[in-house]
Design a protein around this ligand. Structure first.
Ligand code: ADP
Ligand code: MG
Length: 225
Protein backbone atom coordinates (compact mmCIF):
# COMPACT_ATOMS: atom_id res chain seq x y z
CA UNK A 1 0.00 0.00 0.00
CA UNK A 2 2.77 2.33 1.01
CA UNK A 3 4.49 1.68 -2.29
CA UNK A 4 1.27 2.30 -4.19
CA UNK A 5 0.80 5.58 -2.42
CA UNK A 6 4.34 6.63 -3.20
CA UNK A 7 3.81 5.61 -6.81
CA UNK A 8 0.68 7.67 -7.26
CA UNK A 9 2.29 10.64 -5.52
CA UNK A 10 5.22 10.30 -7.87
CA UNK A 11 2.95 10.12 -10.92
CA UNK A 12 1.23 13.27 -9.79
CA UNK A 13 4.54 15.09 -9.34
CA UNK A 14 5.68 13.84 -12.74
CA UNK A 15 2.61 15.04 -14.61
CA UNK A 16 2.82 18.38 -12.83
CA UNK A 17 6.47 18.63 -13.79
CA UNK A 18 5.81 17.51 -17.36
CA UNK A 19 3.43 20.41 -17.80
CA UNK A 20 5.94 22.89 -16.45
CA UNK A 21 8.81 21.37 -18.45
CA UNK A 22 6.79 21.85 -21.63
CA UNK A 23 6.29 25.46 -20.60
CA UNK A 24 9.96 25.99 -19.65
CA UNK A 25 11.26 24.45 -22.87
CA UNK A 26 8.91 26.47 -25.04
CA UNK A 27 10.54 29.72 -23.87
CA UNK A 28 14.10 29.08 -25.09
CA UNK A 29 12.75 27.54 -28.30
CA UNK A 30 10.64 30.60 -29.04
CA UNK A 31 13.56 32.91 -28.31
CA UNK A 32 15.77 30.85 -30.64
CA UNK A 33 13.13 30.93 -33.34
CA UNK A 34 12.94 34.71 -33.04
CA UNK A 35 16.70 35.10 -33.45
CA UNK A 36 16.77 32.81 -36.49
CA UNK A 37 13.88 34.74 -38.01
CA UNK A 38 15.85 37.99 -37.62
CA UNK A 39 18.84 36.40 -39.36
CA UNK A 40 16.70 35.02 -42.21
CA UNK A 41 15.10 38.41 -42.77
CA UNK A 42 18.56 40.03 -42.46
CA UNK A 43 17.09 42.67 -40.18
CA UNK A 44 20.21 42.64 -38.06
CA UNK A 45 23.94 43.13 -38.37
CA UNK A 46 24.75 41.32 -35.09
CA UNK A 47 24.79 37.82 -36.64
CA UNK A 48 27.43 36.38 -34.31
CA UNK A 49 25.68 37.64 -31.20
CA UNK A 50 22.29 36.25 -32.21
CA UNK A 51 23.76 32.91 -33.24
CA UNK A 52 25.51 32.60 -29.87
CA UNK A 53 22.34 33.52 -28.00
CA UNK A 54 20.39 30.97 -30.04
CA UNK A 55 22.96 28.26 -29.16
CA UNK A 56 22.76 29.20 -25.45
CA UNK A 57 18.99 28.93 -25.52
CA UNK A 58 19.08 25.54 -27.26
CA UNK A 59 21.56 24.28 -24.64
CA UNK A 60 19.22 25.49 -21.95
CA UNK A 61 16.30 23.59 -23.43
CA UNK A 62 18.46 20.45 -23.67
CA UNK A 63 19.57 20.76 -20.01
CA UNK A 64 16.00 21.10 -18.79
CA UNK A 65 14.95 17.99 -20.71
CA UNK A 66 17.94 15.92 -19.52
CA UNK A 67 17.44 16.93 -15.88
CA UNK A 68 13.75 16.19 -16.08
CA UNK A 69 14.14 12.77 -17.68
CA UNK A 70 16.44 11.70 -14.84
CA UNK A 71 13.69 12.52 -12.39
CA UNK A 72 10.93 10.82 -14.34
CA UNK A 73 12.95 7.66 -15.05
CA UNK A 74 15.38 7.39 -12.15
CA UNK A 75 15.55 3.58 -12.33
CA UNK A 76 17.50 3.48 -15.60
CA UNK A 77 21.20 2.91 -15.24
CA UNK A 78 22.97 -0.38 -14.55
CA UNK A 79 23.67 -1.01 -10.85
CA UNK A 80 27.20 -2.27 -10.15
CA UNK A 81 29.85 -1.98 -7.46
CA UNK A 82 31.46 1.45 -7.77
CA UNK A 83 34.91 2.42 -6.65
CA UNK A 84 34.44 5.94 -5.31
CA UNK A 85 37.93 7.15 -6.27
CA UNK A 86 37.57 5.89 -9.86
CA UNK A 87 34.22 7.67 -10.23
CA UNK A 88 35.74 10.91 -8.98
CA UNK A 89 38.69 10.67 -11.38
CA UNK A 90 36.10 10.67 -14.20
CA UNK A 91 34.06 13.45 -12.61
CA UNK A 92 37.18 15.60 -12.22
CA UNK A 93 38.03 15.05 -15.88
CA UNK A 94 34.56 16.10 -16.98
CA UNK A 95 34.54 19.24 -14.82
CA UNK A 96 38.16 20.36 -15.35
CA UNK A 97 37.43 22.47 -18.47
CA UNK A 98 34.67 24.30 -16.60
CA UNK A 99 36.87 24.90 -13.56
CA UNK A 100 39.72 26.20 -15.71
CA UNK A 101 37.32 28.47 -17.55
CA UNK A 102 35.98 29.95 -14.29
CA UNK A 103 39.40 30.25 -12.65
CA UNK A 104 38.81 28.10 -9.58
CA UNK A 105 40.75 25.17 -8.13
CA UNK A 106 39.64 21.63 -7.22
CA UNK A 107 41.49 19.22 -4.93
CA UNK A 108 40.40 15.60 -4.47
CA UNK A 109 41.53 13.35 -1.59
CA UNK A 110 39.83 9.98 -1.73
CA UNK A 111 41.21 6.64 -0.51
CA UNK A 112 41.29 3.91 -3.15
CA UNK A 113 39.45 1.28 -1.04
CA UNK A 114 35.93 2.80 -0.81
CA UNK A 115 33.13 0.90 -2.59
CA UNK A 116 29.38 1.53 -2.88
CA UNK A 117 26.50 0.12 -4.94
CA UNK A 118 24.85 2.14 -7.69
CA UNK A 119 24.74 3.25 -11.30
CA UNK A 120 27.97 4.87 -12.40
CA UNK A 121 26.25 7.38 -14.70
CA UNK A 122 23.67 8.40 -12.06
CA UNK A 123 26.38 8.73 -9.41
CA UNK A 124 28.38 10.97 -11.74
CA UNK A 125 25.33 13.03 -12.59
CA UNK A 126 24.50 13.57 -8.90
CA UNK A 127 28.01 14.76 -8.06
CA UNK A 128 28.46 16.81 -11.22
CA UNK A 129 25.34 18.76 -10.20
CA UNK A 130 26.71 19.35 -6.68
CA UNK A 131 30.20 20.32 -7.83
CA UNK A 132 28.89 22.51 -10.67
CA UNK A 133 26.97 24.52 -8.09
CA UNK A 134 30.21 24.93 -6.12
CA UNK A 135 32.06 26.08 -9.24
CA UNK A 136 29.31 28.56 -10.02
CA UNK A 137 29.38 29.80 -6.40
CA UNK A 138 33.11 30.61 -6.59
CA UNK A 139 32.57 33.70 -8.73
CA UNK A 140 35.91 33.52 -10.49
CA UNK A 141 38.41 32.37 -7.90
CA UNK A 142 38.34 30.09 -4.93
CA UNK A 143 38.75 26.50 -3.97
CA UNK A 144 36.69 23.33 -3.96
CA UNK A 145 37.85 20.50 -1.74
CA UNK A 146 36.51 17.00 -2.13
CA UNK A 147 37.38 14.22 0.30
CA UNK A 148 35.97 10.95 1.54
CA UNK A 149 36.39 8.30 4.20
CA UNK A 150 34.81 5.05 5.33
CA UNK A 151 33.40 4.56 8.83
CA UNK A 152 30.98 2.10 10.51
CA UNK A 153 29.86 0.48 7.26
CA UNK A 154 29.32 3.82 5.55
CA UNK A 155 31.12 5.92 2.98
CA UNK A 156 31.16 9.66 3.67
CA UNK A 157 31.85 12.09 0.83
CA UNK A 158 32.37 15.83 1.32
CA UNK A 159 32.28 18.67 -1.19
CA UNK A 160 33.33 22.02 0.25
CA UNK A 161 33.63 25.40 -1.47
CA UNK A 162 34.62 28.85 -0.30
CA UNK A 163 32.08 30.46 -2.64
CA UNK A 164 29.22 32.85 -2.03
CA UNK A 165 27.38 30.60 0.47
CA UNK A 166 23.65 30.60 1.17
CA UNK A 167 21.16 32.27 3.47
CA UNK A 168 19.01 29.92 5.61
CA UNK A 169 15.96 30.71 3.39
CA UNK A 170 17.87 29.34 0.38
CA UNK A 171 19.11 26.26 2.26
CA UNK A 172 15.54 25.36 3.16
CA UNK A 173 14.41 25.34 -0.46
CA UNK A 174 17.20 23.23 -2.00
CA UNK A 175 15.83 20.45 -4.20
CA UNK A 176 12.54 22.21 -4.86
CA UNK A 177 11.74 22.00 -8.62
CA UNK A 178 12.68 25.19 -10.49
CA UNK A 179 14.16 26.85 -7.41
CA UNK A 180 17.12 28.79 -8.79
CA UNK A 181 18.89 32.05 -8.02
CA UNK A 182 20.82 32.08 -11.28
CA UNK A 183 19.96 33.92 -14.48
CA UNK A 184 20.81 30.78 -16.49
CA UNK A 185 19.85 28.19 -13.88
CA UNK A 186 17.26 25.45 -14.40
CA UNK A 187 16.60 24.86 -10.70
CA UNK A 188 16.43 21.12 -11.45
CA UNK A 189 20.00 20.13 -10.57
CA UNK A 190 19.59 19.41 -6.87
CA UNK A 191 16.12 17.92 -7.30
CA UNK A 192 17.69 15.27 -9.54
CA UNK A 193 20.68 14.85 -7.21
CA UNK A 194 18.46 14.30 -4.14
CA UNK A 195 16.43 11.71 -6.07
CA UNK A 196 19.51 9.76 -7.19
CA UNK A 197 21.01 9.76 -3.69
CA UNK A 198 17.69 8.58 -2.25
CA UNK A 199 17.52 5.70 -4.74
CA UNK A 200 21.09 4.72 -3.77
CA UNK A 201 19.94 4.64 -0.10
CA UNK A 202 22.19 7.57 0.66
CA UNK A 203 21.74 10.81 2.58
CA UNK A 204 22.74 14.38 1.80
CA UNK A 205 23.01 17.45 4.00
CA UNK A 206 24.22 21.02 3.49
CA UNK A 207 25.98 23.43 5.83
CA UNK A 208 26.42 26.94 4.49
CA UNK A 209 27.23 30.46 5.60
CA UNK A 210 26.53 33.45 3.38
CA UNK A 211 29.79 35.02 2.25
CA UNK A 212 31.89 32.13 3.61
CA UNK A 213 31.04 28.98 1.69
CA UNK A 214 29.20 25.69 1.60
CA UNK A 215 29.91 22.15 2.72
CA UNK A 216 27.89 19.25 1.34
CA UNK A 217 28.01 15.91 3.16
CA UNK A 218 26.80 12.77 1.41
CA UNK A 219 26.84 9.26 2.84
CA UNK A 220 26.12 5.85 1.31
CA UNK A 221 26.08 2.29 2.66
CA UNK A 222 29.58 0.84 2.10
CA UNK A 223 30.17 -2.40 0.20
CA UNK A 224 32.93 -4.81 1.22
CA UNK A 225 34.95 -6.05 -1.75
P1 ADP B 1 20.56 25.80 -10.45
O1 ADP B 1 22.02 25.49 -10.26
O2 ADP B 1 20.10 25.55 -11.86
O3 ADP B 1 20.18 27.15 -9.93
P2 ADP B 1 20.22 23.79 -8.39
O4 ADP B 1 19.09 22.91 -7.99
O5 ADP B 1 21.49 23.10 -8.77
O6 ADP B 1 19.71 24.73 -9.55
O7 ADP B 1 20.55 24.80 -7.20
C1 ADP B 1 19.53 25.62 -6.66
C2 ADP B 1 20.08 26.85 -5.97
O8 ADP B 1 20.77 26.47 -4.78
C3 ADP B 1 21.11 27.64 -6.77
O9 ADP B 1 20.50 28.55 -7.66
C4 ADP B 1 21.90 28.36 -5.67
O10 ADP B 1 21.22 29.53 -5.26
C5 ADP B 1 21.83 27.38 -4.51
N1 ADP B 1 23.09 26.61 -4.34
C6 ADP B 1 23.26 25.29 -4.56
N2 ADP B 1 24.52 24.91 -4.28
C7 ADP B 1 25.20 26.02 -3.87
C8 ADP B 1 26.55 26.29 -3.44
N3 ADP B 1 27.49 25.34 -3.38
N4 ADP B 1 26.84 27.58 -3.08
C9 ADP B 1 25.93 28.55 -3.13
N5 ADP B 1 24.64 28.36 -3.53
C10 ADP B 1 24.27 27.12 -3.90
MG1 MG C 1 22.88 23.59 -10.36
Amino acid sequence: FNNELQRSEKMEIISELAASVAHEVRNPLQVTRGFLQLLVEKKTTSNQLYLNLALDELDRAATIITDFLTFAKPEVGKVTTLNVLEEFIHIEGILMPLVNLQGGKITVHIPSDLYIKGSSSKFKQAFINIIKNSIEALEGEGEIEIWAHGENGKVFIYVKDDGEGMEPEVLERLGEPYFSNKTKGTGLGLMVTFRIIEIMKGEISFTSTKGVGTEVRICFPAIKV
